[in-house]
Design a protein around this ligand. Sequence first.
Ligand code: SAM
Ligand code: SF4
Ligand code: SF4
Length: 339
Amino acid sequence: MIRDTLNRPLRSLRISVTDRCNLRCAYCMPEMDYVWLPKDDVLDFEEISRLVDVFCSLGVDRVRLTGGEPLLRRHLEKLLSLLSAKPAVKDLAMTTNGILLAERARELKSAGLHRITVSLDTLRAGRFAALTRRGGLERVLEGLEAASSAGFSSVKIDTVVMRGTNDDELTDLIDLGRRLGAEVRFIEYMDVGGATRWRMDKVMSKQEILSVLARGAGPIEPVLEETSAPAQRYRLADGTLFGIIASTTTPFCQTCDRSRLTADGHYFTCLYSPSGSDLRSLIRGGASNQDLAEAITRIWTSRIDRGAEERLAMRERQALAEPGDLRKNPHLEMHTRGG
Ligand code: SAM
Ligand code: SF4
Ligand code: SF4
């Protein structure tokens, strides 16, 4: 297993399988138009599978498919079958907005997906339509129902909490999670690439989220566990568990073992990295697995990233990028980089 300059191992790989999305969430894709990755640049499943083999040879044992919206990638189940057949991949997960999940949940499970996370920020149809600029709450709820009965080892609900937008629904979301057997994780609104409307006063901090929940759901106790997972977990009096991912106000860079591969094969060692490394050119230029392993080792062993900690230390914190920067460099986008 290789380690970076802060002794962090390379363990978790997030693969964005497409930069396209069927929603336009206000915190991720608020603009009117986007520059998409050229289709010919998108890695095919054999290329992704080969890169996963190389990553696994260096220590990766957790793989998450994301996007964009991963269920928009055609024949995704084929990729899942390739990845789930690898003994080195101990954990195979996916993050989806759930719009296309109801009809796919069983196939995804059969193809070998272990765990699924569905992003859902509100249970009110009008609010959902405004927040996503597309609508489809009913479909997401059907998707969650289908996922919870498909036999995944875990189903989670990820909720980005924004002040004045959905901070009055936290207990409702916990109630939904309890009913479906899905743990809810509240995520602080992050100033990542695509979040051009981000403002600090829209961020509900972990402490504020806990206060709101204590008022609505009663006493809360922290769950003590040693983990590199980003969520701090809590328990309600009835045993219901939930998590908070406090990337904005309490970053966890010190234990970050995650890196990201974009759909077109660019490799990023931090959500906030200004640039990545082009593994597609290497793989299409005839590099052997050994060459790829050496390139990734060079990148990881020189990694110094502490993006969220550096953002926290800034005195005046604003959105990371302007729409013009994103059009010039779509790799800065969260939906391209893979959340
Ligand atoms: N489309 C899929 C989905 O929404 O689940 C997968 C990709 S999306 C980029 C992955 C995750 O990033 C989602 O849970 C989303 O809520 C989160 N995300 C996007 N922008 C964010 C932001 N500005 N702050 C916090 N989380 C964000
Ligand atoms: Fe929303 Fe996910 Fe699409 Fe971003 S990629 S707009 S978070 S559904
Ligand atoms: Fe990891 Fe970068 Fe996120 Fe910190 S900001 S937790 S280093 S991806």
